[in-house]
Design a binder for this molecule. Structure first.
Ligand code: GLN
Length: 486
């Protein structure tokens, strides 16, 4: 096996035994980026110099007998997580030249653990999208078929992990942006419980929904990354002071007694592709054979999830994005000599069409006279969606369903039709609205050789159960071991 193909766990074993150095490993990963990223377009910034310095430091740490699970391991970061001294663009023209003066908490934790940051990864502008086509900077291809989207908004993160350009990556998930690209690229993606991981230093899209999480080559690596980034942070008032267990300790527990809930509404979803349906059903059968027990559950309000999300998320976004006015951060249109026209020009040149659409929808829904009808109503229905999950989890431990209704679609296929694009988020949005953890793991391939993902959702702060079910399933399959031919 080539060095860049290693999983985090496998690389850690070799580093710990000093059979390889972090500098060799980092060099191999950077060479891989040099060899294939021209075709894929996952990286917005490759941090070669600082990565090699971090690798050197990691090697010194290891020589001093300090080798934590991520020490010396090369990782990629979605370009909306602040990295001190390293450009952070949110794939937006308006932040094209923004170099953060501080590290996000998750980055600080990764650095403390000795991880190596190889670069910043492409995404939909401000994480708004499902295909990475809304990036204001470049298009990313799916490593399994370069004419198709890698999913979004963390498309760069998923593509980079799938094509072995980093050993794992961080993404963010507001309505599916970790799970859906993970599914389309054949990797493992975890959206932790809201409040499990600090959002300090994550550029805000919709603050009541955003959560940072890992994209990795397998379930073990996902647990290792969550172990490192999770935990209460006084700098994020929504981070929750709960105990962080060692997530890797749960992987090998058997599934006897585990109840898996299958929501009756999901299989009736319009537009659910037959191959996806069949792959998910086969996965459920395998998990049953492993000792879990299937129960039927109902989530009657999920049919409103798309409508609720596409009111709440734009409302929060319109408020969060008000800070990009050309004064405090990023790019300013200097041709203007008057304040209002400077704001107007900066914002209309700096933001792409999808971001502008959402700011307009959000501003409208929050305006006096419409607030109750839209934001207020959406918040009420959001509570009903949360209650659906609460009662479903009285009879089951984990809910299983598809991640996306179809495998990865063609680049350009849905760009002119935002509504169809929004509908493709149908299976992922509710976990964010309810704040529960959700995970995507590879569960098959379409006849065209495109990866298909299985989604698992769990109770608040019970990521451990997701890891347990996912690991037991992964052990019996080899979908996660297949590589795109790139
Ligand atoms: N696709 C959804 C959107 O466009 C979710 C994005 C996300 O999770 N960041 O808003």
């Amino acid at each position: 096996m080539k060095l860049h193909e290693l999983t985090i766990h496998a690389a850690h074993q070799l580093l710990r035994r000093k059979e390889i150095s972090s500098q060799e490993l980092t060099r191999a990963v950077l060479d891989r980026v040099g060899a294939v990223d021209d075709k894929i377009g996952a990286f917005l910034t490759v941090a070669e110099e600082s990565a090699l310095q971090q690798a050197k430091r990691a090697d010194e740490q290891i020589n001093n007998g300090q080798c934590l699970p991520l020490t010396g391991v090369p990782l990629g970061i979605k370009d909306l997580i602040c990295t001190q001294g390293l450009r952070t663009t949110c794939a937006s023209r308006i932040l094209e030249n923004f170099v953060p003066p501080y590290d996000a908490t998750v980055i600080r934790k990764l650095k403390q653990a000795g991880a190596v940051i190889v670069g910043k990864l492409n995404m939909d502008e401000f994480a708004m999208g499902s295909s990475t086509e809304n990036s204001g900077l470049q298009i990313t291809g799916n490593p399994w078929d370069l004419t198709r989207i890698p999913g979004g908004s963390s498309g760069g993160s998923a593509a980079a992990v799938a094509a072995d350009m980093c050993m794992g990556a961080l993404g963010s998930d507001t309505g599916g942006s970790i799970r859906q690209p993970a599914a389309h690229c054949g990797v493992v993606g975890l959206k932790p419980t809201y409040g499990r991981v600090s959002r300090f230093g994550l550029v805000a899209f919709a603050s009541s929904l955003d959560q940072i999480g890992p994209l990795t080559k397998n379930v073990t690596d996902s647990a290792l990354m969550l172990n490192t980034i999770a935990g209460h942070d006084p700098a994020d008032s929504t981070s929750v002071p709960v105990e962080v267990p060692d997530f890797s300790a749960f992987l090998t527990n058997g599934l006897e007694g585990t109840k898996i809930g299958i929501p009756k509404e999901f299989s009736a979803t319009e537009g659910l592709d037959d191959e996806v349906r069949a792959a998910v059903e086969r996965a459920v059968e395998v998990i049953e054979d492993l000792g879990a027990q299937r129960v039927k559950v109902s989530l009657p309000h999920t049919e409103y999830a798309v409508a609720v999300y596409y009111v709440i998320a734009p409302c929060e976004a319109s408020s969060n994005l008000a800070r990009y006015d050309g004064i405090k951060y990023g790019v300013r249109d200097r041709a203007q000599d008057e304040l209002m026209s400077m704001y107007r020009r900066t914002r209309s040149k700096g933001f792409g069409p999808e971001v502008q659409r959402r700011i307009i929808i959000g501003t409208y829904c929050l305006s006096a006279g419409y607030y109750d009808a839209y934001y207020g109503k959406a918040s009420q229905v959001r509570t009903l969606i949360m209650e659906d999950f609460k009662s479903a989890f009285e009879t089951c431990d984990v809910i299983l369903c598809p991640v996306a209704p179809t495998p990865a679609f063609k680049i350009g296929e849905k760009v002119d039709d935002p509504l169809t694009m929004y509908l493709s988020d149908i299976f992922t949005l509710s976990a964010n609205l309810a704040g529960i953890p959700g995970m995507s793991i590879p569960c098959g391939f379409s006849a065209d050789g495109l990866p298909i993902g299985l989604q698992m959702m769990g109770k608040h702060f019970n990521e451990a159960k997701l890891f347990q079910v996912a690991y037991n399933y992964e052990r019996t399959t080899d979908f996660h071991m297949q590589k795109p031919k790139i």
